[in-house]
Design a protein around this ligand. Structure first.
Ligand SMILES: [Mn+2]
Length: 317
C-alpha cells in the first residue's frame, strides 16, 4: 500500500524554484518521512569509465536541473508526489579507488533501501553501478526483465583484463543469472563495434536489439508494442544510459555516439511502458563537465521524473 498523505515538494508559490536545497524535484529527504514508496538516490561513482571521466558529478547536476520539474505529469495523468511518497535518499558514498568494494557497498545499500518495499530510481554515476543494482533487484524479485537504453551494448567481457567496468555490467549480470533471458533488450544502440563477434556474443547472452535506426524506421508506437510483448508482466528493470540520446540532446556524457534518439523519442517510449511491472530503474552516465546549458542534465532529470512516475503508477502493489 502506498503511504497515506505523502509529503510533497517545497511549494514553488512560496519558495521560488531557484531557492532552497537542491533535492530531486525539491522533494523531502528520506530522513524527513517515515516510509517512502519511491526514492531517488545518487551514486556519484565513475571509477569504471573507459573514456571521459566525470559522471561522479551526475547526481548533483541532475538534482540542480530537477528544480523545474512540476508535480503533475499530463501524459501519464498522474501526480506522482501526491499519490505516492517520493523522496530524495541522498547519495550512496562509494570507495572511488576500489571498484570491487564499491560494488559490494552499493549492493548492500540498495538492499537496505528497498527492504521495506521502497523502489529506487538510481542516478549515476557510470554504468558499472547497474550490476550491484541488478543483484539487489534479483535477490528480491528473481531474474528480472531488462530494458537497457544505451548507445552501447555494455556486454563486453573485460577491459584491460578487468571484469567490472562501465562496459561490462550486463555480461556479468547475465552470467550471474540476474536476468530473465526471455525478456532482455537493448534499445537505441548504434555506432562502431570492435567486431561482428560483439553482436554474436550479445545474442548468445539472450539480448534482443532495437537499434537507434530501428526506432527511427519503426516509430515509437511499433517499438513500444514490440518491447511490451517481450516483457509481458515480468518484473522489469529499466537502465537508461543518457548516451542513448544523440549528442545534440545529451552532449554531457562520457562516450558519445552520433545518430542517437531524441529526448522526445526516449520519453515517449518510456510512457508507452506504463502498464509494465516496473520494479526499479537507473539513469547513468551524465557527465556535466561536457554539458552545455544543462542540456543533458535537463534531459536526464526528465527521464528520472518519468521513471518515478512509472513507479508511482505501479504503487508497489
Ligand atoms: Mn552504458
Amino acid at each position: 500500500m502506498p503511504v497515506q498523505n505523502p509529503i510533497g515538494p517545497v511549494d514553488s508559490a512560496k519558495v521560488p524554484r531557484f531557492a532552497g536545497f537542491a533535492t530531486f524535484a525539491r522533494l523531502p529527504r528520506i530522513d524527513q518521512v517515515e516510509r517512502a514508496d519511491v526514492a531517488v538516490v545518487g551514486v556519484p561513482f565513475d571509477a569504471g569509465v573507459s573514456y571521459r571521466p566525470g559522471a561522479r558529478f551526475g547526481p548533483a547536476a541532475l538534482r540542480e536541473a530537477s528544480r523545474l520539474l512540476r508535480p503533475y505529469h499530463p501524459e501519464l495523468d498522474i501526480s506522482p508526489f501526491a499519490e505516492t511518497q517520493v523522496v530524495d535518499a541522498g547519495d550512496i558514498a562509494l570507495n572511488p579507488f576500489n571498484i570491487g568494494e564499491a560494488i559490494e557497498t552499493l549492493q548492500g545499500e540498495a538492499e537496505a533501501l528497498t527492504a521495506d518495499g521502497t523502489r529506487l530510481v538510481t542516478v549515476g554515476g557510470d554504468h558499472t553501478i547497474a550490476l550491484p543494482l541488478l543483484r539487489a533487484a534479483a535477490k528480491k524479485h528473481g531474474p528480472v526483465a531488462l530494458l537497457h537504453f544505451d548507445a552501447h551494448l555494455d556486454t563486453w567481457d573485460t577491459y584491460f583484463g578487468e571484469p567490472y567496468t562501465h562496459g561490462t555490467p550486463f555480461r556479468r549480470a547475465s552470467e550471474e543469472g540476474l536476468l530473465d533471458t526471455e525478456a532482455l533488450s537493448h534499445v537505441g544502440t548504434r555506432g562502431p563495434l570492435y567486431g561482428k563477434r560483439d553482436l554474436e556474443e550479445d545474442r548468445r547472452l539472450g539480448f534482443g536489439i532495437v537499434t537507434s535506426g530501428d526506432v527511427l524506421r519503426r516509430g515509437v508506437a511499433e517499438t513500444v508494442d514490440a518491447l511490451r510483448q517481450r516483457i509481458g508482466g515480468r518484473p522489469l528493470y529499466i537502465s537508461v544510459d543518457i548516451d542513448v540520446l544523440d549528442p545534440a540532446h545529451a552532449p554531457g556524457t562520457g562516450t558519445p555516439e552520433a545518430g542517437g534518439m531524441t529526448s522526445r523519442e526516449l520519453l515517449e517510449i518510456l510512457r508507452g511502458l506504463r502498464d509494465c511491472n516496473l520494479i526499479g530503474a537507473d539513469v547513468v552516465e551524465l557527465a556535466p563537465a561536457y554539458d552545455h546549458a544543462e542540456i543533458t542534465a535537463i534531459a536526464a532529470s526528465h527521464v528520472a521524473y518519468d521513471l518515478v512516475s512509472l513507479l508511482s503508477l505501479g504503487k508497489g502493489e
